[in-house]
Design a protein around this ligand. Sequence first.
Ligand SMILES: CC(C)(COP(=O)(O)OP(=O)(O)OC[C@H]1O[C@@H](n2cnc3c(N)ncnc32)[C@H](O)[C@@H]1OP(=O)(O)O)[C@@H](O)C(=O)NCCC(=O)NCCS
Length: 176
Amino acid sequence: MNLSATHPQKVYPLGDGKTYAIRPIQPNDRERIIELFNHLSPESRYLRFAHAISKLPDAFLDEILELDYTKEMALVAVIQSQTGVEEIVGISRYVTPPNEQVCEFSLSVSDSYATHGIGTHLMLDLIAYAKENQLQEMLGYVLSKNIKMLHLVSELGFQISNLDDDPDFKTASLLL
Ligand SMILES: CC(C)(COP(=O)(O)OP(=O)(O)OC[C@H]1O[C@@H](n2cnc3c(N)ncnc32)[C@H](O)[C@@H]1OP(=O)(O)O)[C@@H](O)C(=O)NCCC(=O)NCCS
C-alpha cells in the first residue's frame, strides 16, 4: 500500500541542524524494525514488553507490518544518513480490538536518540491518526516503574490510574 499521498511524512528538528521524519510504517520496513529492536538496551526492551526478550518473534513483526491503517496504525521516526540509507529510531503503534472504539498504544525510541522529543512527537501524531479514524479513547498499560513514560503521557493529557489487581502496572488513558 502506498500511503505517501494520503499520509504525508512530517519532518521535525533533531538538533545540530539534523532532522527526522515521522511516517506510517510500510511493509518493507521489516529489517529496519529488527535493527531498531537490536539497538534497544535490555532495560528498554523490558520496559516496552514487560519481560526480557532477546528477539522479536516473527508473528509479532507480521502484526506490526500488516495493518489496516485505520483501527491499527504504526508510525515510525526515520533518520536518513548522508548516503540516503534510512534508519528507524522510534515507533508508536495502536491496535483496536474488534467492535471497540478504544485503541491500545505502545511506544519505543532508540536509546541513542532518547530525550530529543521523538517519543512525544510519535505519540502526538499517533493521537491525531486515532482521532481522524473516529476512535474514542487511547489506552496503554505502563509499568509503574517506567517514570519517564508515565511523565511523557501525563504531559500529553493522559489520565494515569492504578490497576486494582496488579501494582506493577498503571493505565494511561486519553479521551480522543
Ligand atoms: C519512554 C520513551 C518512549 C521516551 O522517548 P523519548 O524520545 O526519550 O521521549 P521525549 O524525548 O519525547 O521526552 C522524554 C524527555 O525528554 C525531554 N525532551 C524532549 N525534547 C527534548 C530535547 N530536544 N532535548 C532534551 N530533552 C528533551 C522531555 O521533556 C522529557 O523529559 P522529562 O520526562 O524528563 O520531563 C523511551 O525512553 C523508550 O523507548 N523507553 C523504553 C520503552 C518504553 O518504556 N516504552 C513505553 C512502554 S508503553
